[in-house]
Design a protein around this ligand. Structure first.
Ligand SMILES: *Cc1c(COP(=O)(O)O)cnc(C)c1O
Length: 364
């Protein structure tokens, strides 16, 4: 017997979500974002599943992941969101057909000095208000001139990233950043790449610019980029990951008895509880409090007490049929990961990316 936990990865759902992104984009100019092991879903598996679609390209941050995809025989364009990290990596770009994002003058200089076997296309990232990566307005003209003079570059796309495409009605949205981008790019007549999932779904003006590409990540995995405004189901997205396990023990508590580490939950009256083979070492968030939703035999109930490394406890008071072996869904097709994330005070991205290597994956 193996431990009952597993992650089911629904590749048809992944392709459906990519198709939906394409429809919003009006083209296949999409960098399917597969960084962080495809947000926990498995890099190679997702890249291969999407290769069957009309895939524009693949967005990554890890160069080793890009090289792994090339070694596996995937020939799609690959964009590296953070460019290169050290001087020896630049020649690999020409060798393996990888497109860097140049996000600082330091990188522009490094590329212009690098021995490349042939010129390559590049993305130039502009800082329009996120204030993490990107060239400043006063650096752009110099950077473009240097790139042109270096003869190492075949084409340039301008890129920027929104800080608040997903924020609620009280947020600032994207308009200031979009205006700044338009000021910086005016007259340059270069293709652009702006939208993440939230902007792609919510701000069509970011995808309708001539030659525009987008960079959807979370929506491909069927989670909502702005779950407070619209659920994934309302957006037409289908969840790709289902984390499931089973009850490995059932017991009765007397009133006042406590559960697990720290005894943070005390039974207010006699109750039945179940123990699920899933803990934080599987990727379930330890900070999920008592009351986090969970499905037992398809019925909604709640977690109780602290999540431990290998287990968590659930309320079976209203589930008299539940017994050892009864299936449990932690998140997935019937319990949106967004709801679990919200209960745990985080976002779906963090839960999906945290899926632990010890959890067996089943492709469906
Ligand atoms: C991760 C990332 C994305 C994808 O964002 P989602 O919110 O998952 O759609 C897009 N662009 C950049 C630069 C990123 O780092």
């Amino acid at each position: 017997m193996t431990r009952p936990i597993r992650a089911r990865i629904d590749l048809a759902a992944l392709r459906h979500n990519h198709q939906l992104a394409r429809r919003h984009m009006g083209s296949n100019r999409l960098w399917a974002v597969l960084k962080a092991n495809a947000y926990g879903h498995g890099l190679l598996r997702c890249a291969q599943a999407l290769a069957e679609c009309e895939l524009g390209g693949i967005g990554l941050v890890e160069i080793d992941s890009a090289l792994a995809l090339r070694a596996a025989g995937l020939h799609q364009p690959i964009l590296l969101f953070e460019g290169c990290y050290s001087a020896d990596e630049w020649p690999l770009l020409a060798e393996h057909d990888l497109i860097p994002v140049l996000h600082s003058m330091h990188q522009v200089d490094a590329l212009c000095r690098a021995p490349l076997a042939r010129p390559i296309p590049v993305y130039v990232k502009l800082n329009t208000g996120m204030n993490r990566l990107g060239l400043e307005a006063e650096e752009l003209a110099g950077a473009l001139a240097r790139l042109k003079k270096s003869k190492r570059v075949t084409g340039i796309t301008l890129m920027s990233h929104f800080a608040e495409a997903d924020s609620g009605p009280e947020g600032r949205g994207i308009s200031a950043q979009l205006q700044q981008f338009q000021r910086m790019s005016a007259g340059l007549d270069l293709p652009v790449c702006l939208a993440n999932s939230a902007a792609l779904l919510r701000y069509p003006e970011t995808t309708r610019l001539p030659g525009a590409w987008a960079r959807p990540g979370i929506m491909l995995y069927g989670a909502a980029p702005f779950p407070e405004l619209k659920t994934a189901a309302e957006l037409g997205l289908r969840p790709v990951m289902q984390l499931e396990s089973a009850l490995i023990s059932v017991r009765s508590l007397k009133s006042g008895e406590r559960i697990g580490y720290g005894g943070s939950f005390a039974a207010p009256q006699a109750m039945r509880i179940g123990v699920v083979a899933c803990g934080y070492a599987d990727g379930y968030p330890r900070h999920a409090p008592t009351g986090t939703p969970v499905l037992v035999a398809g019925q909604r109930t709640r977690t109780l007490g602290r999540v431990s490394m290998d287990k968590l406890c659930v309320d079976l008071t209203h589930l008299p049929e539940a017994a050892i072996g009864t299936p449990v869904e932690l998140w997935g097709a019937h319990l949106p990961v967004d709801e679990v994330a919200q209960a745990a005070g985080t976002i779906s991205y963090e839960l999906l990316c945290a899926l632990a290597a010890r959890v067996p994956v089943v492709e469906v």
